[in-house]
Design a binder for this molecule. Sequence first.
Ligand SMILES: [Mg+2]
Length: 105
Amino acid sequence: MNLEDMKREIEKLVIAKGFYNSPEDVPKKLLFAFIELGEAADAWKKGMGEEKIAEELIDVIFYVLDASRLACPSVNMDEMFIRKLEKNMARPYQYGEGHRLKQQK
Ligand SMILES: [Mg+2]
């Protein structure tokens, strides 16, 4: 299953369960993704085990992909994943973490 397949499955779930489903709901979905990140961090902090941590991380992915479905519906997320991976791979070593280079000196 790829990201576009997942988006379609998540849309079915959203419709079946009567969840928020309009572009105006994107901020809520992004907030819910943060909440799920917090749940993942809490599960890790409490040593709840890999299954629980993985489940919470999947919740994050659900909300992120659901937000993408409504916020940028014309973007193919599988293609975007590849383009963004290539972009990041082309960046320098430890890009965006310049403070670490200072610490190593
Ligand atoms: Mg959760």
